[in-house]
Design a protein around this ligand. Structure first.
Ligand code: SF4
Length: 436
């Protein structure tokens, strides 16, 4: 039996791509193993969103340098593969396969070339209208299923590598998305997470011509599906009908991740984000007026080239104004091929770290206060696991909050079930409760 090892770095898109790559390999008679040492085929699905992520991959490859990859086929997939391309063979001559995500439909064929003796093969074209769909997908999460609806991105945010590593936007037909959603429900999944670099710009290429809000609603009507989530949204394409859909259909989770990146118009303009602070806040207002009490989360970049103290203060003021449920915050990291890499990145690491700490401390205080407001409330959770150390069940609310709770032994709870929990305590990142 041919064996393979696959390690995945980066975002949910990469995680789901890996699920499909594994499905392709298993379909071609390969068996997955847990250690690279035990595998004939060693694959890394890579991320290049920040320099650190990229360095991790080349560090992993070092272990094969000594043996020169003898007796193994070594492959790089994903964003670093696409970004660096054939240069990877110079930097790591023992690598045999380099394939970007826009070429995954050719992955089987590349494997056959390797099996037929080819020493180096590549899949690096971005010129495609295809989306990566496989007959077999090995899903890691038994309760929540990823479902990609759109790949690539047509935006050009000046700090972002995605357009260069994942190619132009291409949406799947609504028929193929809904067929997969029904198959997932038949497999017993109750929660679906729709994925895309920018799900809001979904445009159904079929005659049905659904937009994102219409597709979201249709997925939310698939029998057996109790929760539908989606990520990632872009404020420019985030339309009111998405909120209307969430208001009308309780299956659509009341959580929206809407990355703002900065609260300053001048920084947003240098970032080429295509919206202003006011246009962004208008979308926040739609959500705050919703009858579904929508949880709002975001991404923030600090230390973007040229970010003045005044611009940074505008970001802090926006955080105070929106009061996010949670946030991912990062220091600006220059990336190859992006417009920002040519900008004067004069803020030193110490200053970037100082600003990041201020943002994170401010957000932490907001989360402590907002989570405390939920003490005494009754929340429905999907049970995701059991923590043997704390003897607590791990639940997730529709708002995407973690709610750890206790239950009497005879409560006969199961992972994947939905139960109501009374919130008794709270912390900065999670809630604590007892089975209601
Ligand atoms: S919308 Fe901007 S940040 Fe998001 S993937 Fe596209 S280019 Fe990158």
């Amino acid at each position: 039996m041919k064996t393979f090892y696959l390690e995945t770095f980066g975002c949910q898109m990469n995680a789901h791509d890996s699920e499909k790559v594994v499905g392709t390999l298993v379909g071609q008679g390969y068996e997955q193993v847990d250690e690279p040492a035990a595998a004939e085929l060693v694959l890394y699905n890579t991320c290049s969103i920040r320099d650190k992520a990229e360095q991790k991959v080349f560090h992993r490859l070092q272990q094969f340098k000594r043996e020169g990859g003898r007796g193994k086929v070594i492959g790089l997939l994903g964003c670093v593969a696409q970004q660096e391309g054939e240069k990877i063979f110079e930097r790591a001559p023992f690598v045999n396969l380099v394939c970007g995500s826009a070429s995954y439909n050719r992955f089987s064929e590349l494997l056959v070339q390797i099996e037929n003796g080819a020493r180096r093969v590549t899949g690096l074209s971005l010129d495609t209208q295809d989306t990566f769909e496989t007959p077999l997908t090995r899903r890691d999460n038994p309760n929540r299923a990823f479902l990609t609806i759109i790949e690539g991105c047509d935006k050009a945010c000046s700090y972002c590598v995605v357009p260069f590593t994942r190619g132009p936007e291409r949406s799947r037909t609504s028929q193929s998305v809904l067929r997969e959603a029904r198959e997932l429900a038949d497999m017993g999944y109750t929660e679906i997470q729709l994925l895309g670099q920018n799900v809001n710009s979904y445009r159904d290429p079929s005659a049905a011509g659904l937009n994102f809000a219409q597709l979201l609603n249709k997925v939310g009507q698939v029998p057996g599906i109790r929760r539908v989530r989606f990520t990632t949204s872009h404020p420019r394409d985030f339309t009111k009908d998405i909120i209307d859909a969430i208001d009308e259909n309780p299956v659509l989770c009341n959580h929206v991740h809407l990355p703002v990146q900065s609260g300053s118009n001048s920084t947003l303009s240098r970032m080429q984000r295509l919206y202003t602070r006011d246009e962004y806040l208008r979308r926040i207002e739609w959500m705050k007026k919703s009858s579904r009490n929508i949880a709002i989360t975001t991404d923030i970049i600090v230390g973007f080239p040229g970010e003045t103290e005044a611009e940074f203060a505008e970001t802090l003021a926006l955080i105070d104004e929106v009061e996010y449920e949670s946030m991912f915050s990062f220091k600006y990291s220059p990336r190859p091929n992006t417009a920002a890499v040519k900008m004067d990145d004069s803020l030193d690491e110490t200053e970037k770290s100082r600003r990041l700490t201020i943002v994170q401390e401010k957000q932490r205080a907001i989360q402590i206060r907002r989570n405390a407001e939920l003490i005494g409330s009754r929340e429905e959770v999907m049970i995701e696991g059991f923590n043997k150390n704390t003897l607590q069940w791990i639940g997730r609310t529709s708002q995407h909050r973690t709610l750890n709770f206790t239950a009497l032994e005879d409560a006969s709870l199961k992972v994947g079930e939905y139960r109501h929990v009374l919130v008794t305590r709270s912390g900065p990142n999670s809630l604590v409760g007892e089975l209601a």
